[in-house]
Design a protein around this ligand. Structure first.
Ligand code: GUN
Ligand code: ZN
Length: 452
């Protein structure tokens, strides 16, 4: 057993639907007890300190300790092509993405990038992600091998694209090879250790009806797998999907007809949705990955977070970097963009709502809340230790916070924490990440090397 002591922040409820102060759990002096991979106990130091006085304890002073961040949509093979110049989605895929992803035919190369990618996620405080690979099964093997070495919880799957003309011929798969390779990979990796498999048609435009039907077949055969894809990201893409699938009433309906929509189905982006599509996403308990950095970078559009998190048609929402279309690995930077996307629609994304989306909200959107997303005992000890004042600008800002000192001390503390955490959400990035624990192991420490 071991323990961590310091200030802790996590969520008990969804602050979009409950009073924010009731939704959050903030302990100014707490202790988290770790037994092996999991959280054994959690509470205030005053209450639990004596009980665990013999346990080796690491104290983080002046830090904020949170559940590891969850990136619900990211592409590991795009690590090297982040920040490509000048194109919107379809041209960006053709000009930059497919030529890069072709390199992942080489398994040794794929493994090298998988290691780099995972180390960068850890340096950014991300401990779980839902990850796209390529059409090459060896790129999936390489990824899960790298994850297994770290005992880290990642969802990933073979990323199918079989529509002639949509990618270079040597990058395309077929409905049959996609099906056979997916089956093989599910048998090899799904629920082995902390690895989880997502059936991953790249996007409706890239798949023939046969390939999408094969996805439905796989979901029927392996009902506890995840399904991960893109949806309604870009206007030109949406128009071409309508042409390719004239029988479908909209983009979502292409996936509905394939039988893959429901719990554990994540649609990346979902920017341009009708009210009816929101209703169907809500009633089917599907989820959306909100990828504001990418949606701005590729000029795709402004996601309507207030519609997705409405009382009438609530949809499960997590946040995604969508790196390399997104221009960062940092979930904090994604929250900065999320705030501005909301602001452009006269909405306010509070720090607690933002941090919820990055932790428990992300876990719930992936139906992983029994395993990750908060500090409840029994969950895995996936933890990020944050410095809310990592830069001179943030330190100066924090020192000059205007706090109403006539209020009770506890309220002042919370106000100060929220002020600093909001500063970190808007100005922070990997510089704010001090340490990252995965399954109870310290896998990243600032200024040190990656440990694994
Ligand atoms: N749609 C199909 N493939 C991709 C991709 O790699 N990135 C993004 N952002 N959208 C896609
Ligand atoms: Zn994507």
């Amino acid at each position: 057993m071991k323990a961590i002591r310091g200030a802790f922040l996590d969520f008990l409820y969804d602050p979009f639907y409950k009073d924010e102060q009731e939704a959050v759990r903030y302990l100014t002096d707490g202790i988290l007890v770790i037994d092996g991979e999991k959280i054994a106990d959690f509470g205030s130091y005053e209450e639990l300190g004596d009980k665990y006085s013999d346990v080796e304890t690491t104290t983080y002073a002046n830090r904020l300790i949170m559940p590891g961040f969850i990136d619900t949509h990211v592409h590991y093979p795009q690590t090297e092509m982040i920040a490509a110049f000048g194109e919107q989605l379809l041209e960006w895929l053709e000009k930059y993405t497919f030529p890069t992803e072709l390199k992942f035919r080489d398994k040794a190369y794929a493994r090298q990038v998988a290691d780099r990618f995972l180390n960068m996620l850890l340096a950014n405080g991300t401990t779980t992600a839902q990850v796209f690979t390529t059409t090459f099964p060896q790129s999936v093997d390489a990824f899960f091998e790298a994850c297994s070495e770290r005992n880290i919880c990642m969802i990933a799957g073979l990323t199918g694209i079989d529509r002639p003309g949509l990618a270079p011929p040597e990058y395309l798969d077929t409905a049959d090879t996609f099906y056979a390779n997916s089956r093989d990979l599910i048998e090899r990796w799904h629920l082995k250790g902390r690895n989880k498999y997502a059936i991953t048609p790249r996007f409706a435009l890239g798949s023939t009806r046969e390939q999408l039907d094969r996805c439905g077949q796989l979901k029927g055969e392996y009902p506890d797998t995840w399904v991960n894809t893109h949806m309604s990201e870009n206007h030109k893409e949406i128009a071409q999907v309508a042409e390719a699938f004239p029988e479908a009433k909209d983009y979502l309906n292409v996936y509905e007809r394939a039988g893959i929509v429901g719990p554990k189905f994540t649609a990346g982006h979902a920017i341009h949705l009708s009210d009816d599509a929101y209703r169907r996403m809500s009633s089917s308990k599907s989820s959306i990955s909100f990828c504001p950095a990418s949606n701005l970078y590729l000029g795709s559009g402004l996601f309507m977070i207030h519609k997705a998190k409405s009382v009438e048609t609530p949809v499960l929402v997590g946040v995604g970097t969508d790196m390399g279309a997104g221009d960062c690995f940092s979930i904090l930077r994604v929250l900065n963009d999320a705030y501005k996307v909301a602001a452009l629609q006269t909405q306010k994304l509070s720090v607690l709502k933002g941090l919820y989306l990055a932790t428990l909200g992300g876990a719930k959107s992936l139906l992983l809340e029994d395993e990750i997303g908060s500090f409840d005992p029994g969950k895995f000890a996936d933890i990020v230790v944050l410095n809310t004042r990592p830069t001179p600008a943030l330190a100066f800002r924090a020192e000059n916070a205007i706090i109403d000192e006539s209020r009770p001390v506890e309220e002042q503390r919370r106000e100060r924490m929220e002020h600093e955490a909001f500063g970190m959400m808007m100005l922070g990035d990997e510089r704010a990440v001090e340490a990252t624990y995965v399954s109870g192991n310290l896998l990243y420490q600032k200024l040190g090397n990656h440990i694994h």
